[in-house]
Design a protein around this ligand. Sequence first.
Ligand code: DGJ
Length: 733
Amino acid sequence: MAIIVKDSVFTIHTKQSTYQMKVDEQKTLLHTYYGPRADETDFSYLIGFLDRGFCGNVPGTERERVYSLDYLPQEYSTEGSGDYRISALRAQLGSGACDCRLVFDSYRILSEKYYLAGLPAAFDTANEKVQTLEIVLKDVQEAFYVHLLYGVFEEHDVITRAVRIENRMEHSAELLKVMSFGIDFAHSGYDLLHFHGKHMGERQLERGRLMHGITELRSTRGASSHQKNPFVILAEEETTERQGLCYGFALLYSGGFRLQAEVDPFDQTRLVMGLDDEDFRWVLPPKESFIAPETVMCCSSEGLSGLSHALHDTVMEHIIRSPWKSKRRPILVNSWEAAHFDFDRKKILAIAAEAADLGLDMLVLDDGWFGRRDSDDSGLGDWFVNEKKLGGTLKGLVEEIHGMGLSFGLWVEPEMVSEDSDLYRAHPDWAMTIPGREPIRGRQQLVLDMGRDDVIEYLYGRLSDIIDSADIDYIKWDMNRSLAAGYSARLPKERQGEVRHRFVLGVYRLLELLLQSHPGLLIEGCSGGGGRYDMGMLYYCPQIWCSDNTDAIERLRIQYGTSFGYPLSTISAHVSTSPNHQNGRTTPFKTRGICAMQGTFGYELDLSKLAPEEKEQAAEQIRFYKEHYELFQFGRYYRLSSPFARGNYTAWEFADAEKREAIVSVVFTDLHANPKTDIVFLCGLQNDRRYRMYLDGQMQGTYTGAALMNAGIRLPIPKENYDAYQFYLKEEV
Ligand code: DGJ
């Protein structure tokens, strides 16, 4: 039994973790424990009741002077309740003040995973049934209900959480902050690991001790953003890759978000995370509900690797819906860095012919195929094929490419509109611009009001027409600016605070409509690279263009950071030209291939311009990737070294679940005369098995798993700048 309820104590067990709450004499839902698997002991014995001074006291208890929500660990804290810490909920129920205090109302246990209408959520499968615990809290006075939802993925040590707010009052409520979860730990001293970044430099790992006061990570951009990622880790000081306690928290949401962590004066730690509330004000009329997006929580006692593995499995099995997650993804060539807007039929066919020759699977035609789109300041919104540029119909082009044995993919950016477009001229009110004010532009484009039904209908009609008319196999779904004003011409003044969330709901709706009508369509997410790399998007897209930075060496850090929360098969990674377009760095072709094999592999250059020796290398890369496809896509991933650490190499490994084979990749980022010996310790093998070790195809010897994991392997000496190697290990039978 995963959920046990006894004497007002709710205990949730996963295989290796336990989560507990308790309803106390004030009917407050306390949070009493989250950590390594324990039992059903009532952990509220850990709470000390003292008169703390200047802490609000809740009336109606014999121990009123020592009973304060300001230090009690709570499951879902509210502002205005005498708790001065960060809150999960800020709501106005009628007085105009934040007047909500929640008490326990009821609960139920379901034998299936709850479902969230209009939002992505982890799902159960025939193989893994998931229980739901629903705890209903109610305002102490008003008919205002908060449903706390818990989904228990026992096998993966994952508990999901979501919140549904229900207004049963006679009048509207105003929601000003609705976090998806809150959690209180009895201790402080935790490290927060988070993934900050920028366009072309996403998900850079940073680790630091949480100090007294509030630490905040936030995107106010209307997208999960390049700058911050809605995934964080809380770890004990001693926790390393291979050992120690840590917790992961990921939001399944693609809009702006807010994470706050607070260490209070009594050395307790509180975390809340949910949709961004900077510009948020949701009017909730009587009889209506509001749903806050889902969070995935995971607890691992096996270090950061253990946490990543549990999350990778959860995402693959319970978050990505696409049938492509378990199919071979096409090795593709994308036209962007090959041609940008400057292409014609001849150029595209030349790249396709080379791709077919080299053994690639797909050609993707990036930006520039529609409307009047020869630069990035016009055409968005006019989703009609530019037949003049394509030298004929899209259908004709696709047939020719299919005829070469390649599938075909197309770039789109549905959420945007150029002022220089027929769509904008016809429907200026479809853009999110404030009447009478100059709009804030980004990449010379405006954002469509995706909360409007007519916008969604137009986009769905255009996109499905194009997909159907030309038998399109894949779509790259881009989004190239952040939201500025959240304004909708459709909503009254007092409801403009809803626009940004309605935008995200509209994006999800459009994705849902397209996938319902085209279930086999492979959608690759993208937002100027990895500006919307979150579990919400992965619900719809099994892979995401990881960054617009295609430099192999900078990608080491970007892909490393991404791997903490997201499976490697979701990372779309391509070999691009050298010197690199983004930073001018020169790297060997081989190194670029090895780095791109860290994810879903492809090319991003003009294949028809490759030198003969590069063609040979490309053909070999494709052969190798195809031969070991299962390992790359489904293997256990191990970070063997950190690109952020001082050292002259970065190494990683894929090992199969049966421990029969593994691939170890090493990229050197520095060169030294008279170099030291570098030894790397492998993972995921079996101590008493013997493995043949090949270095770039050359047999090196046979070693036991114990030797390879405990004594390690010696790395070769790099022969040139940014040299790279691949070891392949195969069990000797
Ligand atoms: C940003 C993407 O990340 C690029 O790969 C490319 O598709 C451009 N947009 C096209 O405008």
